[in-house]
Write a protein that binds this ligand. Structure first.
Ligand code: ATP
Length: 238
């Protein structure tokens, strides 16, 4: 069996004394898309923070393509091909669109030709090409989301983490974001898509993990979750 792109194994994580993640285990297969769902405060962002090294796990392990990374720094983990599109986009507001992209550029793990360059990012997001000399602060929310995704792609990741990329965007823009997510999946990237809205992820995810107050309540292929799980119980009314 192929090595998982990402594996969290019995991860416990804390903020100070607050025990947030409690024995979280899930696996992202290579080339697959995992939808990570859960209510507000369930621990989704904390899982992302643990994966990229911002919140080191107190117990348990994190592995990227089979290599343990739970004790590595965020820089070391990024060098192993993990990129995060953070919640709230967090683009560098006082840099231009082009500068935001250039500062994130990195060669793929193991060398070889970079799939993602300024040209290929602009080809995916023509709007960023049109606005490349503008300050990121002046972009619309949807454009900032494109930039946040483009910036993550510039690092030529093997594992892409997307934390609520639809948050705060108009429905048409959300639809555009989901088209992008689908294209990235079709390109072979291994993706974790964090969302509060299950309808968005069911369309595109291979597997679903539902967190409930810091624990994995459900982990199964999408079709099983869609038809066999009482979503209202874990996600509230939607
Ligand atoms: N920096 C922090 N310090 C202390 N507690 C935190 C911190 N960040 C998050 N928490 C708490 O940890 C818990 C999990 O938060 P987390 O952001 O991981 O949830 P989430 O599922 O991503 O929620 P949301 O959908 O609101 O983004 C929440 O109770 C939250 O209040």
């Amino acid at each position: 069996m192929a090595t998982d792109a990402l594996a969290l194994d019995a991860v416990d994580a804390y903020y100070g004394d607050s025990h947030i993640l409690q024995g979280v285990t899930f696996r992202l297969g290579q080339g697959r898309l995992l939808g990570l769902l859960g209510r507000n405060g369930a621990g989704k962002t904390t899982c992302m923070n643990v994966t990229v090294g911002l919140v080191p796990p107190r117990r348990g392990g994190v592995a990227v393509f089979g290599e343990a990374v739970g004790r590595l720094s965020p820089e070391q983990i990024a060098l192993r091909g993990v990129a995060l599109v953070p919640q709230g986009r967090r683009v560098f507001r006082s840099l231009t669109v082009r500068e935001n992209l250039v500062v994130a550029a990195r060669k793929p793990v193991g060398g070889g030709a970079a799939a993602w360059t300024l040209d290929t990012v602009y080809a995916m997001f023509p709007r960023l090409d049109e606005r490349k000399h503008q300050m990121a602060a002046h972009l619309s929310g949807g454009e900032q989301q494109m930039l946040a995704i483009g910036r993550a792609l510039m690092s030529n990741p093997r594992v892409l983490l997307m934390d609520e990329p639809s948050e705060g965007l108009a429905p048409q823009i959300v639809a555009d974001v989901m088209v992008t997510v689908r294209k990235l999946k079709e390109s072979g990237l291994s993706i974790v898509l964090v969302e509060q809205n299950p309808k968005l992820v069911f369309d595109v995810a291979d597997d679903i993990v539902i967190l409930d107050t810091g624990r994995v309540a459900v982990a199964a292929p999408t079709a099983e979750v869609e038809h066999g799980v009482d979503l209202g119980r874990y996600l509230g009314v939607f």
